[in-house]
Each structure stands twice: as structure tokens, then as C-alpha cells.
Design a protein. Structure first.
Length: 153
């Protein structure tokens, strides 16, 4: 009796598209997030402050609706720990990302521990920064971009 040869197995590829409800919801949730921008003022038309820990104001923005809240930064005149305090404040407001000019090592560590993405090198107005974020123009920062206490200089 002749033996049967095993049939060849055809590899199967699964393609997940945006039509997949789980992925679609995840993408939608990512676009519905609160982000924090270091600001020199308290409106969307204010300039982005190049300092994080010692910026004048944090603007917390809902990226979907552009609704925002301006929060005064108590650490502007702190003699130390401004970055840590700022990072804790941002985390307490539910922000998932920070847009700023620079971030020091203490703020970077605090934000990173809170699972908050950090984007540096941001300039222009707060509104322009948010629009750039929504368009994917920024890359997350892999480490501090300023020395400790650089905002005091």
C-alpha cells in the first residue's frame, strides 16, 4: 500500500486594518488625550515656554476638542525641585504627553515614571504646538535636554 505524503502547510497571514474595532478604538483613544504644553501665558495663542519646570503656566489641552485649562506653575521661583513638582502636577491633571522646549533630568525622570511621553524642541504658540502634535510632527525625547537647574539661569 502506498503511503500518503503529508500535505504542505500554507502559512496564514492575518492583516489587521483600521476596520478592526479593537485597533480602531485604540487609535481613537490615542487621539482623545490630554496633553500639557509649557507656556508663557494662559491662552492657546501664548508662546510655548522653552523651560518645563520653571515655565509660567501649563496649558492642559484636550486634543480632540481643543478645550483647555491654564494652570499656574508654583515652581517658577522654587530654589530646587521645580522639575519634580512640575512633573507631579502634570501627572495629577491626567496629561499623557508634554510638549516643551527643554526638560531637565529631574523632570524627565518624574514624567517618565508617570508614563508621560515627552516632546522637546517645541516652539511657536500653544495652538501651533498642539496642531503639530496631532499631525505627528514631533518625536518623543529619549532623555533630558537641559542640565539640572538650567531654568534658573
Amino acid at each position: 500500500m502506498a503511503s500518503k505524503k503529508p500535505s504542505a502547510t500554507i502559512p496564514t497571514t492575518i492583516i489587521i486594518t483600521v476596520n478592526n474595532p479593537v485597533q480602531r478604538d485604540r487609535i481613537r483613544q490615542e487621539k482623545k488625550m490630554k496633553i500639557c504644553i509649557s507656556s508663557e501665558g494662559n491662552t492657546l495663542d501664548s508662546k510655548v515656554d522653552p523651560r518645563f519646570g520653571r515655565c509660567r503656566t501649563f496649558i492642559i489641552v484636550d486634543t480632540e476638542t481643543m478645550a483647555f485649562e491654564a494652570v499656574d506653575n508654583a515652581g517658577t521661583q522654587a530654589s530646587g525641585g521645580a522639575g519634580i513638582q512640575a512633573g507631579q502636577l502634570v501627572a495629577s491633571r491626567g496629561a499623557k504627553a508634554v510638549l516643551t522646549g527643554n526638560v531637565g533630568p529631574n523632570a524627565f525622570q518624574t514624567l517618565q515614571a508617570g508614563g508621560i511621553a515627552i516632546y522637546t524642541g517645541v516652539s511657536g504658540t500653544v495652538r501651533e504646538a498642539v496642531e503639530g502634535f496631532k499631525k505627528g510632527l514631533y518625536q518623543a525625547t529619549g532623555g533630558p535636554t537641559a542640565e539640572s537647574k538650567a531654568g534658573m539661569k
